[in-house]
Design a protein around this ligand. Structure first.
Ligand SMILES: Cc1ncc(C[n+]2csc(CCOP(=O)(O)OP(=O)(O)O)c2C)c(N)n1
Ligand SMILES: [Mg+2]
Length: 281
């Protein structure tokens, strides 16, 4: 659908969508959506072996994506729409009563591209692990991708899944951490002591790859490395170093924009900072 646009242009449009959706709804989560935009754009436009035409909920024979950090719907809905899963015009219904695009994703609404209901943090890695193990059992050689927040990684269930994934050698599972160092009410280091993410994941038996989550060359290298590690006996974690609120100067680097909507004036100021690429919804 957006063929002809560069990844940077697409990501810039996704950022505009995020700001407009959250402004119009007067609620939502812009900070982590903006930090995850670049690597999710790469994942959906370049990496995953699934298209709007081939997608089905069962994921049989296809790569699958799970959003564990369920509050990051602004970025996921925008990437899905810009990739052609559903019309971009639907983005304007974000969080409205009766809309399919609720603040947290629900499979009940039948949104194309949504594989899991989410919102309660910590669960999605377990769900993705189940899908990865099911693929192994059924001889399906596709991969399962899952996005985990760094604050979300304070949840105990994340580490239960981490332990079981390496025990069962889920080497078709690629988890990605949006390592923006911020969560709802402060930095991850201060709130829960979530330091040394690399050594923690390695200690749980995972292959860990680190990358700059805002540099498409680095993002591509990381996904290629993850693909090369498939089948080598370890689940894979890509730690994407990112900045909360990336792309909008007054939102960047602070937890204050974790879950707050901009005013119309702030929205207009943000639009000026983001390149117009694909057009309005
Ligand atoms: C089980 C559970 N506890 C608490 C919350 C409330 N909550 C929503 S997002 C969030 C912070 C998550 O931090 P992070 O994963 O780093 O996301 P970011 O702030 O970077 O978007 C919290 C505590 C929740 N949704 N589920
Ligand atoms: Mg975070």
């Amino acid at each position: 659908m957006t063929t002809g646009y560069t990844l940077q242009q697409t990501a810039s449009q996704v950022r505009r969508d995020i700001i407009r959706m959250v402004t119009a709804a007067a609620s939502g989560h812009p900070g982590g959506s903006l930090s995850s935009t670049d690597f999710l754009t790469y994942l959906f436009f370049k990496q995953m072996n699934v298209t709007p035409e081939t997608w089905k909920r069962s994921g049989e024979g296809l790569d699958m994506f799970f959003l564990s950090a369920g509050h990051l719907t602004p970025v996921l809905y925008s990437v899905l729409a810009r990739r052609g899963y559903f019309p971009a015009s639907e983005l304007s219904s974000f969080r409205r009563f009766g809309s399919r695009l609720q603040g947290h994703p629900s499979v009940e609404w039948g949104v194309e591209g949504i594989n899991q209901s989410a919102g309660s943090l910590g669960q999605g890695l377990s769900v993705a692990l189940g899908a990865a193990l099911a693929k192994k059992l059924s001889g399906d050689d596709r991969s399962v991708y899952v996005l985990v927040g760094d604050g979300e990684s304070e949840e105990g269930q994340i580490w239960e899944a981490a332990m079981v994934a390496s025990h069962h050698k889920a080497d078709n599972l690629v988890a990605m951490t949006d390592w923006n160092h911020q969560q709802i009410d402060g930095s991850i280091e201060n709130v829960g002591g979530m330091t040394d993410l690399k050594s923690r994941w390695e200690a749980f038996g995972w292959k860990v790859i680190e990358a700059d989550g805002h540099d498409f060359t680095d993002i591509e290298k990381a996904f290629n490395e993850a693909s090369a590690a498939k089948g080598a006996g370890k689940p894979i974690m890509i730690l994407f170093r990112t900045e909360m609120g990336h792309g909008v100067d007054f939102m960047a680097g602070t937890h204050k924009w974790h879950g707050k909507n901009p005013s119309q004036e702030q929205c207009d100021a943000a639009m000026k900072q983001l390149e117009e690429t694909i057009g309005d919804f």
